[in-house]
Design a protein around this ligand. Structure first.
Ligand code: HEC
Ligand code: HEC
Ligand code: HEC
Ligand code: HEC
Length: 278
């Protein structure tokens, strides 16, 4: 040991200890000062009660994945580079600021939607033909390239997919809903067709539970992690985590079974061949 406190009796040694303590206190102060600054990623997505647990689990990599990484570093490295890892993530003050700094407007005949960024928050502002504005604060993101879609919280625990999306090739915002839907239409971005909890999350998240309550028409959704991580593909890993000689349920699957596992998300109900018949 370089510094043994039990042997520290001389004056120089005590002075050093004092200096070290002062430095530690100062760096803790700095840490506290920095971490109390709110970034968009700190914002609560659903009810405040869920905030802490879900925010911790929503970090990429999540604590679960870090546990796997300790023994499977190669798989971890390649997964971190994949789009699965960030298929759904919280807004990131650095990555997303570049998009919102553009402060671009996208208009159709009924609405003008603009994006903006301040030190405090990102926003999507929708202004109707009577100049009435509604401001939405994106909290999460789907997609890597060529398209990024932002998710905004609305009533009843919902996240809705905003209609202005970001094109990573031309670096500009555009309206991803070319058709102008009436606000009552199922497909309108604020309606059920674009509700993340029921329409997107089961393919973009890990261990997602929708938790819809028909009585109140609201969601209390939860998840194990954001994005698609090890656990989503390798199934029940609890026993493996307790005893690594018990392999995850995914082990020993045939190539057909493996492909079926991918197809649960990757098949968009398109015909694979012209002569397809069921
Ligand atoms: C304490 C170390 C340890 C931890 C933690 C761990 N594993 Fe493993 N895992 C092993 C060992 C050892 C094997 C068996 C040898 C091998 O195939 O690498 C194994 C095997 C596997 C296999 C099967 C490989 C095959 O050949 O079929 C998968 C899949 C796997 N682990 C996934 C995971 C996931 C996902 C996690 C995190 C939830 C995890 N492991 C956590 C040590 C660990
Ligand atoms: C839980 C749903 C889900 C499962 C299961 C799944 N994928 Fe994906 N995959 C996605 C989503 C969503 C994306 C797009 C991520 C994005 O761009 O935001 C994606 C992207 C990809 C990509 C794009 C390139 C990249 O860098 O990641 C490949 C390749 C891919 N998946 C292969 C596979 C294979 C092979 C399997 C089966 C072993 C599989 N996926 C299983 C949902 C899934
Ligand atoms: C049935 C599973 C499934 C559902 C449901 C789903 N996605 Fe995806 N999504 C995928 C897969 C698989 C990919 C990657 C491969 C691809 O692009 O076909 C993907 C890719 C994306 C991308 C990346 C850009 C792109 O086009 O490749 C975006 C953005 C996206 N999805 C948004 C959404 C939104 C928003 C919803 C809900 C309104 C949604 N997805 C629902 C499976 C799904
Ligand atoms: C999109 C689904 C998917 C995700 C996400 C995923 N894996 Fe895998 N993994 C697979 C498939 C499929 C195989 C089998 C590949 C084969 O048989 O060639 C595999 C193989 C493995 C193996 C066996 C060694 C090998 O190369 O055959 C280990 C260990 C493993 N994965 C660990 C992990 C860990 C750890 C993570 C997260 C950091 C992870 N996987 C994320 C689908 C996935």
């Amino acid at each position: 040991m370089l510094f043994d406190p039990h042997k520290c009796l001389g004056f120089t040694c005590r002075l050093l200890t004092l200096v070290a303590c002062a430095l530690l206190a100062f760096s803790l102060f700095l840490f506290e000062a920095c971490s109390s600054k709110t970034s968009p990623a700190d914002k609560s997505i659903f009810s405040p009660a869920l905030k802490n647990a879900l925010a911790t689990r929503s970090a990429i990599p999540s604590p679960d994945v870090q546990a796997c990484a300790a023994c499977h570093p190669a798989e971890f490295e390649s997964w971190m580079k994949s789009q699965h890892a960030v298929a759904n993530r919280l807004v990131d003050a650095e990555v997303d600021a570049a998009h919102f700094q553009l402060e671009q407007s996208v208009a159709n005949s009924a609405l003008r939607t603009s994006t903006a960024w301040t030190e405090e928050q990102f926003s999507i502002v929708e202004t109707d033909s009577n100049d009435v504005a509604a401001t939405y604060e994106p909290v999460a993101v789907i997609g890597v390239e060529p398209l990024i879609q932002y998710l905004v919280p609305t009533e009843g625990g919902r996240l809705q997919t905003a209609n202005v999306s970001y094109d990573t090739r031309s670096n500009e915002w555009f309206n991803s809903q070319e058709t102008e839907y009436e606000p009552e239409a199922w497909q309108h971005w604020r309606n059920r067709g674009m509700t993340w909890n029921s329409q997107c999350a089961f393919c973009h998240m890990t261990g997602f539970e929708k938790n819809y309550d028909p009585a109140t028409d609201s969601y209390d959704s939860s998840w194990q992690a954001m994005g698609i991580n090890c656990v989503q593909c390798h199934g029940d890993v609890d026993a493996h985590m307790k005893d690594m000689s018990v392999l995850p349920t995914s082990s020993g699957l045939s190539s057909n079974q493996l492909q079926s596992a991918c197809a649960s998300c990757h098949a968009r109900r398109e015909e694979l061949t012209g002569g397809f018949a069921a």
